[in-house]
Design a protein. Structure first.
Ligand code: ADP
Length: 614
């Protein structure tokens, strides 16, 4: 039913229906006009013919009336004869003549002869006799198959006296039958032409509708995202031009679509590979897009998030609302995400997506990992505080000693040299600290160039140990445990010497029990081309939780005591920087109360000892 309705609605059927309707209307107008004119002409001709005959009969009756003026029977017979002649004609049914008293004188119809000489009823005949004027009417015979008759009553006037009336019943039905035949032919011709034009119309309409149907199908395909197919162009008329324009349009749309697609892909890949996290939401704040970086930063999975509230996911729902973002308040926030290993700090910046119309389309949150930056900032603050603190302590003590000297202690021979000695020591400490700081800053800024050279590490270590043996002869026992083969490595001799100085002096410094003992173990891993030096002492040791922290700047386990020992807390930090600049590693192992081992791992070179000519 629906299909039928749709096919009726179709352009092709509409065109055919229009053709048919036009033909019907055209034929109707032609038919009505044609049959009217034909009817008028045919009936006119028929009537003129009958009237001519009536005129002839009238003239003849007038003549007979004159001829048989005294012989009425003769007159009657002659008229009767005359009527027989006319009565034989196919178009005349009956001719009568009545005298002024409505007595029938003669009739052409045999069946009515019995009525001759009797008065006959005929109001129209009577009217004609009375008025002396002709009249006519169409009479529809009830008995004779609804046959139409044209009845004419015409008076016969002789010298202004009505001598009778002629009554003629003519068979006008034949005219109407003729008309009906013509009409039928006309209707058949109309039906035939309708049928032919309908078939022709279907074909003609098809030539118009086919390209249109093609374009409709193409438009449907385009709506489904298929822009590749093209409409066939059949002609160069308006429809052909439309099809061509349509093809151009679909090509343009295809190009535009491809452009949009590639722009979208580019944007997608930019968003996906951005080093910042991106979350985009709709205008209600529900998440519509989130990139991998944001998922990683927030420790979440994409499936958990679709359609969830952006502020809720960021845990900011109690702090800000979307209105705040629109108004430009609260657009930057610091989030702390608690992870298993470490806390991540994320700076979130919000912005609003506004359409040209001013309508708010959504919100964007850009997540930036600031953990490292925050750590550096905190370290910097701590470093500044540490430096200030380290400098303030000797300065305060120096200040108080100098004040005491100023107040008169300089005159005291016993106290003055003591005070001056302390002041000198503090100055030394400060310059050591400043020296260490400068070195650290040089290492940090990579300003200092490290001039490396290949050395026999065994020999290099020997020399350093010898130096310590000389300076700490009585105090400490230094035990070497080296392999027989020499290990070569490329190092900056002065810098690495500084590292070893620091580590060995720490090993001696933080060892209270006598006899002090420091052991050196040197090993090479030829497979990896690395060497490992272990420096082991039997001193105070370091609590387990603090072992790794001794390489931090200014970190000291027992602040008061190490300061007394003259340490700045920067020695191992500098050592670590130097070792790492050599592509090496330094770490510690310690048992509190039993002793500490410092490990230094460096790259080693494979060189044949014979080539070594130092
Ligand atoms: P300092 O100049 O204070 O010695 P370092 O950076 O060399 O600074 O050492 C940092 C801290 O590590 C020291 O203050 C000390 O507490 C600890 N430490 C270093 N080496 C040893 C060791 N061999 N035994 C025990 N503690 C040590």
């Amino acid at each position: 039913m629906k299909n039928l309705f749709r096919s009726i609605q179709s352009l092709q059927i509409k065109l055919v229906v229009i053709y048919v309707l036009l033909i019907i209307v055209g034929m109707q107008i032609i038919g009505v006009y044609f049959t009217n004119v034909l009817e008028r002409d045919l009936t006119g001709n028929f009537k003129t013919n009958i009237e001519t005959q009536i005129d002839l009969i009238e003239t003849r009756i007038e003549e007979l009336n004159e001829e048989y003026v005294d012989d009425r029977t003769g007159f009657q017979n002659e008229v009767q004869k005359l009527f027989y002649d006319y009565g034989n004609r196919s178009d005349i049914d009956e001719i009568r003549f009545v005298n002024p008293d409505s007595v029938l004188i003669a009739t052409s119809k045999l069946s009515n002869e019995s009525s001759v000489n009797s008065i006959i009823k005929g109001p129209k005949t009577k009217e004609s006799l009375d008025t002396g004027l002709s009249n006519d009417e169409i009479f529809v015979s009830v008995e004779d198959d609804s046959k139409r008759m044209w009845i004419v009553n015409s008076p016969v006037i002789v010298e202004d006296r009505v001598i009778g009336a002629i009554y003629v019943a003519s068979n006008i039905e034949s005219v109407y039958q003729q008309l009906e035949k013509i009409n039928n032919t006309f209707i058949i011709a109309t039906i035939l032409s309708l049928f032919i034009t309908s078939i022709l119309g279907i074909f003609v309409a098809r030539t118009i509708t086919k390209p249109i149907i093609n374009m409709r199908n193409q438009a449907l395909l385009m709506s489904e995202g298929n822009y590749t197919s093209r409409v066939q162009i059949y002609s160069d008329d308006e429809i052909g031009q439309l099809a061509e324009s349509f093809n151009i349009l679909s090509k343009r749309v295809q190009e535009a679509q491809a452009n949009t697609e590639s722009e979208k892909n580019r944007l997608d890949s930019v968003i996906t590979h951005m080093s910042d996290g991106i979350i985009a939401s709709d205008r209600r704040g529900r998440i519509r897009l989130i990139n991998d970086m944001a998922l990683g930063l927030l420790n979440l999975k994409a499936e958990e998030l679709q359609g969830k509230d952006m502020l809720e996911i960021l845990n900011l729902q109690n702090d800000i609302t979307t209105e705040d973002i629109v108004e430009g308040n609260e657009i930057s926030h610091l989030l702390v995400i608690n992870n298993k290993d470490d806390d991540t700090m994320i700076r979130v910046n919000f912005s609003t997506i506004v359409k040209d119309t001013g309508f708010i389309n959504g919100y964007i949150a850009v997540l930036h990992d600031v953990t490292e930056q925050e750590r550096i900032d905190a370290e910097r603050r701590e470093f500044v505080a540490n430096v200030s603190h380290e400098l303030r302590t000797p300065l305060t003590s120096m200040k108080s000693y100098i004040e005491a000297l100023q107040d008169g202690a300089w005159q005291d021979d016993e106290i003055a040299p003591k005070f001056l000695k302390v002041t000198h020591e503090e100055t030394e400490r400060m310059s050591r600290l400043v020296e260490d700081l400068l070195q650290l800053s040089r290492l940090d800024g990579e300003v200092e160039e490290i001039n490396k050279e290949i050395v026999n590490f065994n020999m290099f270590l020997d020399r350093i140990i010898e130096r310590f043996e000389m300076t700490h002869k009585e105090e400490v026992q230094l035990v070497k445990n080296f392999p027989d083969t020499a290990i070569f490595t490329e190092i900056a001799v002065d810098k690495m010497g500084q590292v070893l100085d620091n580590v060995i002096s720490n090993a001696i410094k933080y060892q209270q029990r006598e006899p002090k003992r420091v052991e050196f173990y040197l090993q090479q891993n030829s497979y990896y081309n690395r060497l490992t030096l272990r420096i082991k002492d039997y001193g105070l040791g370091i609590p387990n939780s603090k072992v790794d922290r001794i390489f931090e700047r200014f970190y000291r386990i027992d602040k008061a005591r190490t300061r007394k020992m003259g340490g700045t807390g920067l020695g191992l930090a500098i050592s670590k920087e130097i070792v790492e600049a050599h592509d090496g590693k330094i770490w510690a192992n310690s048992i509190e109360g039993e002793g500490t081992t410092i490990f230094i791992n460096l790259p080693s070179e494979v060189i044949n000892e014979d080539d070594w000519d130092v």
